[in-house]
Design a protein around this ligand. Structure first.
Ligand SMILES: Cc1cc2nc3c(=O)[nH]c(=O)nc-3n(C[C@H](O)[C@H](O)[C@H](O)COP(=O)(O)OP(=O)(O)OC[C@H]3O[C@@H](n4cnc5c(N)ncnc54)[C@H](O)[C@@H]3O)c2cc1C
Length: 382
């Protein structure tokens, strides 16, 4: 006999936990289920162990996804709501790097909060959802047993970081009920290089301020050379918009090339570590000589560093990607409830949807806000 509940939430990550926490006092027949043997696995490793939960500057321009859909959700549950919700429950947040809210006492303080908020609820861990069928009620088959549920909340996240329980179950469920899927791809991830740029691998460990332009966006922050290619915050953000083809990198932001004059060697005058400037000079075919000896061709070649066109070979993949872009198309989801427009009682939240934020707390904000909207709808349905 399947176990019967009113609401079954797949995924005890950010979205599933917030949904469960907000339902706790309003429904006594909710079950939260996760393949992992602990709640909030990604929260625990996020933001360098301090979980960047939100950002002071919140609007849809920081997301890849339908801006109207995203806006409707944030109009109800925004960054002020989230930071107050967390802080009023005793978890201190700290605003750093100008705009980003981190857990002052580490990500574990947020996980403890959710453990308290979901205390007394049925939470089944170490149980993997394998398939779902039926409709009002749904029959959910897991690695351990079967459930019958009136409402099914899919908060199973994206495909990145499979070692933390990620799976394609959300996409499979959505597809089986006729939902469209926007091609999922690794995002907020490093980019690999073509042969022509392999010299950059030799610079592994060096970090530089750059500006990257891609897909009509412009990101200004650090680029980190890595063994596998290029990484760092600017590259991670750029990966959100990179659809094959080229990105343009300014390796000398704010540097006026006419300052290259006098007897000093060019490599010492370029505003980057010497190892990097020497490698770039060699790559451009410019001799490392006294700046006063640079000729017109040399200067033309050096100008390429201000708008260096690079066609990445690919990405570092799902094992390194912080998020998955693409996912369940939002056109078939009601942003007032997060319920499927196709199937009554079927809800989708968080990263499983085709909404992906930049670095800076945007993805947790989305997971928590979409979950709060869903919980309201479920509570009003009790
Ligand atoms: C290293 C890293 C650092 C990050 N840092 C930040 C940060 O600082 N700020 C930020 O905003 N975002 C950050 N992110 C992104 C953020 O973690 C995600 O966007 C967010 O967790 C998405 O929430 P979610 O609830 O939708 O999915 P998840 O948190 O991924 O939760 C989904 C849950 O569903 C479970 N699940 C999946 N399949 C099944 C199945 N078949 N059966 C049962 N359970 C299943 C998984 O085990 C998982 O626990 C980071 C991501 C990574 C990988």
């Amino acid at each position: 006999m399947p176990l019967s509940v009113d609401t079954l939430i797949i995924g005890a990550g950010a979205a599933g936990l917030m949904c469960a926490a907000r339902l706790r006092t309003r429904s006594d027949s909710t079950l939260l289920l996760d393949a992992n043997d602990r709640i909030g696995a990604k929260i625990s490793i996020s933001g360098g162990g301090r979980c960047n939960v939100s950002n002071r500057v919140l609007d849809p321009s920081h997301y890849r996804g339908d801006p109207d859909f995203i806006d409707l959700v944030f109009r109800r549950y925004d960054n002020r709501w989230l930071t107050q919700w967390i802080e009023s429950r005793g978890v201190a947040l700290q605003c750093e790097k100008r705009h980003q809210y981190f857990c002052a006492r580490g990500a574990s303080s947020l996980i403890d909060l959710f453990a308290r908020e979901t205390g007394g609820m049925r939470v089944h861990l170490g149980e993997t959802v394998q398939s779902v069928e039926g409709e009002g009620p749904f029959i959910v088959r897991t690695s351990k047993r079967n459930y019958r549920t009136k409402n099914l909340v899919v908060a199973s996240g994206g495909l990145s970081f499979p070692r933390l329980g990620a799976s394609d179950i959300g996409l499979r469920i959505a597809e089986s009920y006729g939902h469209s899927i926007v091609l999922p791809l690794p995002a907020l991830v490093g980019l690999t290089l073509q042969k022509e740029q392999f010299f950059m691998k030799e610079l592994s460990g060096i970090s530089l301020p750059v500006v990257i332009a891609v897909g009509g966006r412009r990101y200004e922050d650090q680029l980190l050379f890595a063994h596998k290619g290029i990484s760092g915050p600017t590259v991670l953000n750029a990966s959100l918009w990179w659809d094959r083809g080229e990105v343009t990198i300014d390796f000398l932001p704010d540097f006026d090339l006419s300052r290259l004059k006098g007897p000093k060697k060019v490599s010492t005058l370029l505003p980057m570590p010497r190892r990097a400037s020497r490698a770039f000079l060699e790559h451009l075919g410019v001799e490392d000589k006294a700046a006063q000896r640079l000729n017109a061709r040399d200067r033309q070649r050096l100008a390429l560093l201000r708008s260096y066109r690079l066609a990445p070979a690919g990405t570092f993949g799902y094992s390194k990607a912080e998020v998955t872009r693409g996912g369940i198309a939002t056109g078939e989801i009601d942003p007032e409830t997060m319920m499927s427009r196709r199937v009554r009682g079927l809800y989708f939240l968080g990263e499983a949807l085709d909404v992906t934020g930049e670095l800076g707390g945007y993805n947790f904000q989305w997971a928590f806000s979409s979950a709060a909207v869903c919980a309201d709808s479920l509570a009003s349905d009790q």
